[in-house]
Design a protein around this ligand. Sequence first.
Ligand code: KG4
Ligand code: ZN
Length: 335
Amino acid sequence: MKNCILAIESSCDDSSIAIIDKDSFKCLFYKKISQEKEHSHYGGVVPELAARLHSEALPRILQQCKDYFSKLCAIAVTNEPGLSVSLVGGIAMAKSLALSLNLPLIAINHLKGHIYSLFLDKKEEYDLGVLLVSGGHTMVLKVDEKGFLEILAKSNDDSFGESFDKVAKMMNLGYPGGSVIENLAKQAKDRNLCFSVPMLRSKELNFSFSGLKNQTRLELTKHQHLDESIKSEIAYAFEEAACSHIIDKCRKIFTKHHFKKFGVVGGASANLNLRGRLQTLCEEFECELKLAPLEFCADNALMIARAAVSAYERNEFVKIQEDILSPKNKHLERL
Ligand code: KG4
Ligand code: ZN
């Protein structure tokens, strides 16, 4: 029976392919090759390097799942947002597969994919709030009763994950910085250093992390020699303020919108401090917290495959000759 969807994700620095059974949501194949090590040296993603590594990794992964080709009913691919030079690699592969296997093509918005990481093996739920914290984005969305999306807040500058990456870069800790800073913060013994939480008195719902990044930079310049204990203290103060900023804005949003369910997705939602504090906030507002499995918080093709199942059911296909990278193909209207 042809009831499986193959999905490709290559929006940033992870090359990933997944195959999902659209009727049972069972994952039949999943593989991801991360480029973190290659970019670490530069303190961030180098687009040209990312593009070259995708062109090597994607065919290698595809080779491993050839046995499933006869079961496929569609090909899906992340088409935006992301690094264009990275996206095109996945899109080219998806188009050639769709053409050669004579299958329909589905284009999936990466952010929508992250939301589907809450529903990898089950039917999606509507009527909930979602916090998306990744390297490229920080936003709170509302999914209404019919599945339509509304952005309630986003970052005016850096994203939550990006600010961790930038602080790690300032301390020469490589890329990505999220888990490095989180682990360093856990080791802090002296926890007296305190950074001010951005926009605490502002009624605005949007986030801003650039001021906090600069506070961290200034603190670092005060020390001629950065030993491990100072680094961990600074990492702790930074993480505390960054998480407090998210909690403060979410509290303001919860007061306005009475969510019964609240999902947290994106690579940075792996942060345990943030998860714990959101749990407490949700309990206070009698709201059920929904988390993506830790393994699938960061970029992966399974969330794209899962989003594609819903798109398939609604016949949301794109033409192979269509320019799905172009701005008129930006879809974040519904789940
Ligand atoms: O969703 P993702 O894999 O890629 C994008 O779509 O951007 O998120 C990657 C981001 C990076 O900025 C990384 O530093 C951050 O998520 N991240 C974390 C943690 N783990 C990953 N940020 C804070 N704490 C973490 N534990
Ligand atoms: Zn992502």
